[in-house]
Design a protein around this ligand. Sequence first.
Ligand SMILES: Nc1ncnc2c1ncn2[C@@H]1O[C@H](COP(=O)(O)OP(=O)(O)O)[C@@H](O)[C@H]1O
Ligand SMILES: [Mg+2]
Length: 459
Amino acid sequence: MTSAVIEVEHLYKVFGRRPQEVIRRLTDGADRSELTQLGTAAVIDASFTVDRGEFFVVMGLSGSGKSTLIRMLNGLNEPTAGSVSIFGHDLGDLDAKELRALRRRRISMVFQHFALLPNRTVLENAAYGLEVQGVDPAERAERAMAVLERVGLRDWVTKYPGELSGGMQQRVGLARALAADTDILLMDEAFSALDPLIRREMQEQLLDLQEDLQKTIVFITHDLNEAMFLGDRVAVMRDGRIVQSGTPEDILTDPANDYVAQFVQDVDRARVLTARSVMEPILGQVQVSSGPRTALRLMREQQIPFAFVLDRGRKYRGVVSDRDVTRLIKDGVSDLGSVVQPSITVGPDELLADLVRPSVISKIPLGVVDDHGRLLGGIPRATLLASLGSVPSTTQAIDVITPKVRALAEGDTLTEQAHAVLQDAIGGETPASVSIGTGATADAMVAPEAPADDRERAN
Ligand SMILES: Nc1ncnc2c1ncn2[C@@H]1O[C@H](COP(=O)(O)OP(=O)(O)O)[C@@H](O)[C@H]1O
Ligand SMILES: [Mg+2]
């Protein structure tokens, strides 16, 4: 038993006069462009599985066969060869009635051009799938209402589609699909007709919804940025074939061929790559118990002015500077604890787009810290910039987050001065749990000159 909800094996769709002949020639190695007299090979030898709860994106240029492929997943197109199984049932074994039942109960589809019924209200449109399923009127109104509320259309339920903007109409399309409460959601260029800003909003909303709903989604797009942003896995199609499938990071960092490589040149890496994928091992690490001399020796060896400090459980405590450590040695203090300062850390799954601002305000590499407080690696600013190297000039304004500042010794409190510097640099509330040894200042580790406009946006 696998967790695969959709299984596609050696699937072909050929339109035209001699479909079987086309497949035979293709398997003998012919190129589809030589066979146009015999038929159009829209999908060629596609194989993949989609697991329960997975967000699977099929990306390709117009004409590459995406719509033909997705229409075979719910039986709207009959395969010329190969098979599609949904929950272990081969669609080829179902009769027309069983296919219709499958489409009603298990698979919903959202289209590029909304396909709303103009003479029905928003509520009636959203309830349409339930009506087809035979759900009684009271229940379908209630369920449709609940979904409309989730997509932000609560106040629009009595309006007609013509009174809504494109973005709102597509929310109705999405609500209709979600209200039907099917396991599988097929979305064919669902956001492609929307303005970039609305589209971005819809992408984010869909991901939010998916977090709760855990549907099995197949999403089609011709936009690689959209594919990379949404997909758990992405299949890249070209001329009817899937030329690569993998996680967005796989595709970005290891394109299977020149075609994919050329595509990904234009991808906004900042929205795909995560802290984990670019972080580097931290050379300058010391145990808090190891004392100032060890710390200073390490800093000299590594030629760095700071060291990352871990406690016994390898949990991240903060950083120490060469200046402070030297002072401890002069003063004969053997414990590093009093000069450990907070530094800016980020989670391993944060997107590079969200690391730019913390990186700008931090004089030292960002620490990458997991949920258990363990230091996984560091991201020097140069590394971040290099990783972002292929961001196109059209990249939109980069979102900004308030970085997390880690606690040091429990029970310690920030000196007023350090608190002010940190707050200023980070541009927001410093969490009360942030602590720093008395007498230490934070300015050694956090550059105070963060631009004012960034500071506003961070709030
Ligand atoms: N019903 C059809 N009859 C003939 N050719 C078709 C039909 N549907 C699609 N095609 C052809 O199949 C190829 C793939 O089309 P399609 O799946 O719509 O691509 P995409 O959705 O990626 O733009 C195109 O060459 C298209 O012209
Ligand atoms: Mg299409």
